[in-house]
Design a protein around this ligand. Structure first.
Ligand code: FAD
Length: 400
């Protein structure tokens, strides 16, 4: 009987454990430092868990060698991952942009089927079992926990990254890998919020709009995204913001330019002129009534220099031009990106050149494997990170 210890009971570790336990001569122990396995998973996708994306191809992934992810994604494409979940009993639904969610609309369902899968396959899951050290002895590994040591023929490191620290993201995996001679790249938060000067976002706190976002450094466009933008008391959140946040890491002199209306500026100006004609006596800062949510409409007026004290008939052409321009290019100075606490994923990780992409086996330590976010692979927003966690976990679990 071969003994396998998997360190980390998150998405990739649970997938690896279920796959590995299919081999009759392998005994699998899954060690999780938190009180429950899959705590982060339960919080994914705003509690809905966007578990994969049907378009998950390698160009959606980043890292020093983004091509590293290709072998695992080819071996376990989204369709095969979904077949794995169907086999565990999960029913799913595909939404806009190829995003896949559990039919129950509840992340807990994904966790439930994984837990059931572990139970049925007799994986020994030890929770509240943080691994504090690991040593490669001549023929086996020695894995230290506060409750005592375990030994194993093979070890899979599935400790995740340090993003989402409120949900248990920690540096442990990097430290354990380093103790065995592995190295890592620089780490930075990705898929995270942008901090901006607080004046306007604070007034709009809680408003969610569909917008196009350009992240600019001076006149240079660093990223251009579209989708959900949510105003918070510290800045901007939402899918479009998460996608742009990678380009903001470590940079300064940044501006977030938001386009709320897709029509050409002349067309917007013509529409505003007609509104001014029809609503002469209306309070000036309500001129966008019915075109934008009222707080957003009023804020755009303020941004364009139109005060609430005047009436619409008094708005000058110059002010209407400024408003039409703000509707297409509302600019907020970016003061930074939020940290690992709120980031969804860690960019950077264990150096992929030290692992074989076809097997995820370490090139340095015989019998050692790694998977998931711990490696220097991170994906776009939209189910790509969990797809990587499943694909790499399942591949590592084959113990090739
Ligand atoms: C709020 C939030 C929402 C997200 N939503 C989505 C989404 O909808 N779709 C998507 O694709 N991605 C999403 N992600 C990203 C996704 O959750 C992660 O990329 C994915 O969980 C990574 O899987 P993993 O197995 O590598 O790490 P994790 O799932 O983080 O699991 C690692 C596990 O290892 C354990 N561990 C760490 N150190 C030790 C140790 N020393 N001993 C024992 N155990 C240890 C941790 O406690 C943890 O349970 C989201 C992330 C966050 C934070």
């Amino acid at each position: 009987m071969k003994e396998l210890v998997i360190i980390g009971g998150g998405a990739s570790g649970m997938a690896a454990a279920i796959r590995a336990s299919e081999e009759e001569n392998t005994r699998v122990t899954l060690l999780e430092r938190q009180a429950r396995a899959g705590r982060k998973l339960a919080a994914t996708g705003n509690g809905r868990c966007n578990l994969t994306n049907l378009g998950a191809e390698v160009h959606h992934y980043h890292g020093e060698d983004p091509g590293f992810a290709n072998a695992a994604l080819t071996e376990y494409p989204p369709e095969r991952v979904l077949a794995f979940f169907r086999g565990l009993g999960l029913r799913t639904v595909t939404e806009y942009g190829g995003r896949v969610y559990p039919l129950s609309d509840h992340a807990g369902s994904v966790l439930d089927v994984l837990r059931l899968g572990l139970e049925k396959r007799n994986v020994s899951l030890l929770t509240a079992a943080p691994v504090t050290g690991i040593r490669r002895e001549p023929t086996r590994f020695r894995i230290e926990t506060p409750e005592g040591a375990l030994t194993a023929d093979s070890v899979i490191l599935a400790c995740g990254g340090c993003a989402g620290s409120r949900l248990g993201g920690v540096m442990d995996g990097y430290a354990l890998a380093a103790s065995l001679g592995h190295s890592r790249t620089a780490l930075y938060p990705a898929l995270t919020q942008l901090r901006t000067a607080p004046e306007y976002p604070r007034a709009l706190k809680g408003i969610r709009v569909d917008a196009r976002l350009r992240l600019k450094q001076g006149e240079r466009i660093l990223a251009e995204t579209a989708g959900d933008v949510l105003f918070t008391d510290t800045g901007l959140s939402g899918t479009a913001v998460f996608e742009a946040s990678r380009a903001a890491a470590g940079k300064n002199d940044l501006t977030a330019e938001l386009c709320f209306f897709r029509e050409a500026e002349e067309q917007l100006f013509a529409d505003l002129t007609e509104r001014r004609r029809r609503w002469q006596a209306l309070e000036a800062n309500r001129i966008l009534t019915g075109a934008a949510q009222s707080r957003l409409g009023q804020m755009l007026c303020r941004y364009a220099g139109i005060s609430g004290g005047a009436v619409a008939g008094e708005i000058t052409d110059e002010q209407l031009h400024a408003l039409a321009s703000a509707m297409r290019a509302f600019c907020l100075p970016v003061t930074g990106v939020s940290g690992f606490e709120t980031a969804q994923v860690t960019a950077g990780g264990l150096r992929t050149e030290e692992f074989d992409p076809e097997t995820l086996r370490s090139r340095l330590v015989p019998g050692l494997y790694a998977c998931g976010e711990l490696l220097d692979v991170d994906g776009d927003c939209g189910g790509y990170n969990l797809q990587w966690a499943w694909a790499s976990g399942l591949l590592a679990g084959e113990l090739r």
